[in-house]
Ligand binder design. Structure first.
Ligand code: ATP
Ligand code: MG
Length: 448
């Protein structure tokens, strides 16, 4: 028989497991917790959309649409695209699902996104984003709230120290037109020195030259006129409201008057949280106000502001999260004890304790597994159903009387909570609980 070769993973995809999985999950869970604190509703949108959703929202001249989309024809002949980001799909849903009635709407989501890019550290073809949007709010407080949420997220992840919020305004339509004309004039006078890519941008999307990474473009971009002298009074007021809101919220920021978002409908606030700890992939979270996006999808004029962050990039910055531990490892201590052990194991889990069973090998090997799991307690179960609880840190043992079972289950849940928030430490919990239980000091009530 011909040897079967195992298919390779697709370039730029990742299988996430072990240490990196713990970091990844920690980012997603922290985001879920923080978005609730800010009263953002969770939303799920499809992984694929009609290609037009992204082509119109993002614009044909953007890198994403012109060279990074995974577009394909499905079996029915429709052109579909795997989402390269969330905002466009959420804006489409806002219109087609009639969510206008809920405006202003605060939405959050996370999941996989797809871009055909050259894979490298921190840059993948399938990666994952967390995303937050406020649709239908023109007030600068919406921008402040989103930035405060991003700031709190980074703080709770413990990575805020190495990360800086760079903030800019792109002004309103009049500001932007005037600034754009000045930029074109400036870049035009340096045509000979610009990179080929930037020469193309000069015709189609000149503001993008400002965030070119090509060293040939940098001096010209750095000497380009800033936006401030073109700001209308209204645009200046909006920016002042955002910055004083950030100061009031205790969010540190620095001005970067070169920072742009590529699309014509971006207005006012533009921002990036950047770090120098990830080499060239230093932007961890980015966003801005996109007051024209919904119109580009055929909807009514609707303001919007949002941000997205790469989960992988945030995960790479984290301290290593603790490996998961079991509170209790149940061990059948002899042949014939499996059934009683299984009953106890399920009682523990039903009570909310983090519990596992070691059933392979001799007793020594089973104990070694409990150790390897970092279990706080072992429950040794005999064929007759008798349970001995052993505290692994001290080696103390308690033979449980049958009426101690509820106290034991409760103690196990405390050890489990302790693992989660490291509040409960030491060996005393089990003994105290059983001691108090035996003295009738407290009851585990069924009606809680
Ligand atoms: P970059 O300049 O790094 O290409 P971008 O401007 O394309 O970023 P956005 O479209 O603003 O990025 O996406 C928001 C965030 O998603 C980025 O700040 C980054 O954290 C993450 N991100 C973007 N592209 C990738 C990728 N290919 N792999 C991993 N993360 C990515
Ligand atoms: Mg990119």
């Amino acid at each position: 028989m011909a040897k079967i070769t195992t298919p390779r993973p697709v370039r730029g995809t990742q299988d996430i497991f072990g240490d990196f999985e713990r970091r990844f999950t920690h980012v997603a869970e922290t985001f879920e917790r923080v978005r609730r604190l800010y009263c953002f509703s969770r939303v799920e949108v499809p992984v694929f959309e009609s290609t037009a959703v992204f082509a119109r929202s993002l614009g044909e001249t953007t890198d994403v649409v012109s060279k990074e989309m995974y577009s394909f024809e499905d079996r029915g002949g429709d052109s579909l695209t795997l989402r390269p980001e969330f905002t466009a799909g959420i804006a489409r849903a806002y219109l087609t699902e009639g969510w206008q009635q809920y405006a202003p709407l605060k939405l959050a989501t996370h999941g996989p996104v797809f871009r055909y890019e050259r894979p490298q550290k921190g840059r993948y073809r399938q990666f994952h984003q967390i995303d937050a949007e406020v649709i239908g709010a023109a007030e600068p407080m919406a921008d402040v709230e989103l930035l405060a949420m991003a700031d709190q997220l980074l703080k709770e992840l413990g990575i805020a120290d190495g990360v800086t919020l760079q903030l800019n305004t792109l002004g309103d339509a009049a500001t932007r037109d005037a600034w754009r004309a000045a930029l074109v004039e400036h870049f035009d006078s340096h045509r000979g020195e610009l990179s080929e890519d930037s020469l193309k941008r000069l015709d189609k999307n000149p503001m993008r030259i400002l965030d070119s990474k090509d060293p040939r473009d940098r001096p010209i971009a750095d000497s380009a006129p800033g936006i401030d002298s073109f700001l209308t009074a209204e645009a200046a007021d909006f920016f002042a409201a955002v910055t004083s809101g950030l100061d009031a919220a205790g969010v540190a920021w620095t001005r970067n008057d070169r920072l742009v978002r590529g699309l014509d409908y971006y207005r006012h606030t533009a921002f990036e949280f950047v770090t120098d700890r990830l080499g060239a992939q230093g932007t961890v979270l980015a966003g801005g106000r996109y007051d024209g996006l919904i119109e580009s999808l055929g909807g009514p004029a609707t303001p919007g502001v949002g941000w997205a962050a790469g989960i992988e990039r945030l995960a790479m910055l984290l301290e290593e999260p603790e490996a998961p531990r079991a509170a209790v490892c149940v061990i059948p201590r002899e042949g014939g004890a499996d059934a009683a052990a299984m009953t106890l194991l399920q009682d523990l889990r039903a009570a909310g304790a983090v519990a596992d069973m070691a059933y392979r090998g001799n007793l020594k090997r089973r104990m070694a597994k409990a150790d390897a799991q970092g279990a706080s307690m072992v429950a040794l179960v005999g064929a007759d159903g008798a349970v001995t609880a052993k505290l692994l840190a001290s080696g103390k043992q308690v033979d449980l009387a049958s009426e101690d079972r509820d106290a034991f289950l409760h103690a196990a849940t405390l050890y489990s909570d302790g693992i989660a928030d490291s509040d409960v430490e030491g060996d005393s919990v089990l003994e105290e609980m059983i001691g108090e239980w035996r003295q009738g000091l407290w009851q585990v009530s069924d009606d809680e």
